[in-house]
Design a protein around this ligand. Structure first.
Ligand SMILES: Nc1ncnc2c1ncn2[C@@H]1O[C@H](COP(=O)(O)OP(=O)(O)O)[C@@H](O)[C@H]1O
Ligand SMILES: [Mg+2]
Length: 323
């Protein structure tokens, strides 16, 4: 009895019948209290859950699509009795994260044309960010967006004075950049040839927060899975990263932003703070502190480099692995 009930529960979790169609369960999102499903033909994705969060996300998708951002089209948004849902088009079968991983795994390097295709999508995204900045010029809360309070509460052992020095310096420096829609988790895993997905962490931020950190985000996953393996799936070479930045810099320049790359350090430090959020909680829950320790070491390194006005060398992150 128990097993068959479990089986039934599992089946319900894997396949959903909704609006006369069958949907495969993909994942549950704790942060927004929602679930993601994929249509059987693979052409659509369904997000269903908490009314407020789903509405916010659906309206955001509609708005930024209208503003020209390369994201999949919103097909439907509505309310059922208890929850809301929206359906969006699939952006494709394989993300650039999947492609990079496959290439890196089989030939220890990423093909330059694959990187070039990702750059095309990212440049379009950056262009949309800059050109739509008038729509997103409201006040933004940088500290809230990087979850600063959480990091300070969870990590009393961090040097809070140094953190504050960095954040206020960054706030002053970024003042000259236009603010715009920020994706918040722009990594190759969320980028497809047909657009960018997963706007769960969106906010308003100075332009650059997403695109100037994108090529090194994978390096935040360089902590150990076991003795021989890390969670990191691929590694762009320094030459490829430079190429990416050249393309981004050119795109920013033709859209009126000068010296864009000079803000790289500022944004990497913001990401180093953001990526530590809730890690203490997760470590307590799982009993595994490797990710927490790794990311804390990254942050301490970034803070020291930043305060010394030195370039943050993200390839150094690898040296912070412990097991
Ligand atoms: N519109 C979409 N097009 C293509 N794939 C999607 C789409 N929405 C979700 N996915 C797939 O579902 C996975 C999880 O969705 P995502 O929104 O990225 O959540 P998370 O990053 O929290 O896992 C993605 O990695 C992707 O494979
Ligand atoms: Mg994602």
């Amino acid at each position: 009895m128990k097993t068959s009930l479990n089986k039934e529960k599992k089946y319900q979790k894997e396949i959903l019948k909704f609006k006369g169609e069958k949907w495969n369960f993909i994942k549950e999102r704790m942060l927004t209290n929602s679930k993601i499903y994929k249509s059987i033909d693979g052409l659509k994705y369904l997000h269903i859950g908490n009314n407020k969060n789903i509405k916010k996300e659906a309206l955001c998708i509609k708005k930024i699509k209208r503003l020209g951002f390369p994201i999949p089209e919103l097909l439907e948004y509505d309310k059922t009795k208890k929850q809301s849902y929206y359906i969006e088009k699939s952006a494709g079968d394989k993300s650039f994260g999947d492609k990079f991983y496959k290439e890196y795994f089989s030939q220890s390097k990423i093909n330059s044309n694959t990187l070039e295709s990702m750059c095309d999508v990212v440049c379009l995204f950056l262009r949309s960010q800059i050109r739509s900045s008038d729509y997103f010029n409201s006040k933004y809360d940088l500290r809230k967006n990087i979850m600063l309070k959480n990091i300070l509460v969870e990590n009393p052992d961090l040097n809070h004075i140094k953190v504050e020095l960095c954040v206020s310096k960054i706030e002053n420096r970024l003042y000259s950049l236009p603010t715009t829609f920020s994706h918040g988790d722009l990594t190759p895993r969320n980028i497809f040839e047909n657009g960018i997905i997963d706007i769960e962490f969106n906010s308003i931020m100075p332009v650059g927060y997403d695109v100037l950190t994108l090529p090194i985000m994978e390096r935040f996953w360089g902590f150990k899975k076991n003795k021989n393996e890390t969670y990191e799936n691929f590694y762009l070479s320094e030459k490829q990263i430079s190429h990416y930045f050249k393309r981004i810099e050119a795109e920013a320049k033709i859209n009126g932003i000068k010296d864009f790359l000079t803000f790289r350090n500022d944004f990497i430090l913001l990401k180093a703070i953001w990526s530590l959020a809730n890690e203490k909680y997760s470590a307590k829950k799982s009993g595994d502190t490797s990710k927490l320790n790794f990311r804390k070491k990254i942050l301490i390194y970034c803070i020291d480099k930043y305060l010394n006005n030195e370039m943050i060398e993200t390839k150094k992150f690898k040296t912070f692995i412990t097991i």
